[in-house]
Design a binder for this molecule. Structure first.
Ligand SMILES: Cc1ncc(COP(=O)(O)O)c(C=O)c1O
Length: 386
């Protein structure tokens, strides 16, 4: 039986207190970057274990600024994963550097440390790992590669607020980590992001670059005691987060622990109910590590299932269930094929995932009935396929 309403993939959970905080920001008269963004930065930094945080209008902005601040330029290479959203590699292109992909583990979707090591050349300047779906990359191995070759480590932590690698929280896993608060993320500000680092000078540089390259932000400039003049110290960008959006983040932060428990419960339900079907389910987190449970991605074992991922996706859509696709291997996207000459066969594990992956709805906004609808629809579709 199809549901009456469409189950939107990754639907955000927005409650009255978040709405009230946004309204309070609007009523305060300070709607741009100001006290709420500052408070959000402080609390977010604490949450992920970092000393400094700069609130931005996207994770993409955070990655771009981190690469810019690292001084990357034409001819430099940055090693990253093809199993990611295009933003991760696009920003490498934006700073004029060359994205170099390394293959991933088939089960986890995370970079294979040995593939990263093999991709290092004399031109490599940085590693840009992605904690895929909220599972930490093997940071011991990646840090070791970085140390031996003198590389920066910048983490794409878009999925990874709650992530931990062997007791290290996500804000400590790279020199800079960039988080996403896009609408379907574990915490959302509609659009938004945060760059975090332990290095105070780097944090200041990121902040300056995020606001035109001027030496004082709006909160400093327009207060009664603000400076008479500001100086442009370098050509920056316009990447700051307004208080109207930071208001959402402030209230959402308080709920992350409860939401994580809900995500874990839904995850366990899927693990239990989908076991035995012709699907590969996400493996459990590595010992001593915490998984942010951002995406529940299954791989369709098409040979056994008798139907492809796309057919399963369509069957779920007809049952009013929205799904996600994380990811179509980035090296096979037209721009990357054209600009860098990648082809099928270059990264077999990423391609294996790309051809079979499907992300099921997972959000604290879901009810138990929603989760049961998902399981029933998956089971029915696979039964018909068989
Ligand atoms: C792995 C990954 N990196 C980067 C981004 C970009 O995040 P934003 O939309 O906040 O710029 C996303 C967003 O979906 C993502 O999933």
């Amino acid at each position: 039986m199809a549901r009456k309403d469409f189950l939107v993939f990754g639907a955000p959970k927005i409650s009255e207190d978040e709405i009230a905080e946004v309204v309070a920001a609007l009523r305060s008269g300070w709607i741009g970057t100001g006290p709420r963004a500052q408070a959000f930065e402080r609390r977010f930094a604490e949450r992920v274990g970092a000393r400094h945080a700069v609130a931005l209008n996207s994770c993409t902005a955070g990655l771009h600024l981190a690469l810019k601040a690292a001084g990357l330029r034409a001819g430099d290479e940055v090693i990253t994963t093809p199993m990611t959203w295009c933003a991760t590699a696009n920003v490498i292109v934006h700073v004029g550097a060359t994205p170099v992909f390394a293959d991933v583990d088939r089960a986890t979707g995370n970079l294979l440390p040995e593939a990263v090591e093999a991709a290092v050349t004399p031109r490599t300047r940085a590693l840009l790992p992605v904690h895929f779906a909220g599972r930490a990359c093997d940071m011991d191995a990646l840090d070791d590669t970085a140390r031996r070759h003198g590389l920066k480590v910048i983490c794409d932590a878009a999925h990874a607020i709650e992530t931990e690698w062997k007791g290290r929280r996500s804000g400590t896993l790279g020199e800079v980590s960039a988080f996403s608060f896009y609408a379907n993320k574990n915490l959302t500000t509609a659009e938004g992001g945060m760059a975090v680092t332990d290095d105070p000078a780097l944090a200041e540089r990121l902040r300056i670059l995020s606001l035109h390259g001027v030496s004082a932000d709006a909160w400093k400039r327009f207060r009664a005691d603000g400076p008479a003049h500001v100086q442009v110290v370098e050509p920056g960008f316009k990447y700051n987060m307004p208080d109207v959006l930071a208001a959402l983040g402030l209230r959402q932060l308080e709920k992350l622990d409860a939401w994580q428990r809900r995500r874990e419960a839904l995850w366990a339900f899927y693990d239990r109910e989908l076991a035995g079907l012709p699907l590969w389910l996400p493996p459990p987190p590595e010992p001593g590590c915490r998984h942010a449970r951002h995406l529940y991605t299954v791989l369709v074992d098409d040979a056994r299932a008798g139907l492809t991922r796309d057919a399963l996706r369509e069957a779920l859509r007809r049952r009013q269930i929205g799904t996600g696709l994380h990811y179509m291997a980035l090296h096979l996207q037209p721009y990357y094929v054209r600009a860098f000459g990648f082809q099928r066969g270059d990264f077999p594990n990423a391609e294996f995932i790309s051809d079979r992956t499907l992300s099921l709805p997972l959000s604290p906004a879901m009810t138990d009935d929603d989760a049961e609808d998902v399981v029933e629809a998956v089971r029915d579709a696979l039964r018909q396929g068989a």
